[in-house]
Design a protein around this ligand. Structure first.
Ligand code: ZN
Length: 77
């Protein structure tokens, strides 16, 4: 079952790391710009976006195309 994280969290844009890599952490989420699905950057649950760009589980999330990801900071509503 898919959970719409937007109902639980308020998301704000967050900057890329200085070296151009995606930030990650407990409050960082990735929005896939292809399918608009949001996956935690450190997902412990198996989670993937609709198009397969983001594939998370066991505490990390693999990103196929980093240029198609918006990093976001999530705060509980
Ligand atoms: Zn996607």
């Amino acid at each position: 079952m898919k959970i719409d994280l937007r109902k639980i969290y308020r998301f704000d844009p967050v900057a890329m790391n200085g070296d151009g890599s995606l930030p990650s952490g407990g409050d960082i989420y990735y929005e896939c710009t292809e399918c608009k699905h949001i996956v935690s950057s450190v997902s412990h649950l198996k989670a993937a976006c609709e198009c397969g760009n983001l594939d998370g589980g066991q505490g990390k999330t693999h990103v196929r195309s980093p240029d198609k990801v918006n990093p976001l900071r999530g705060k509980l509503r």
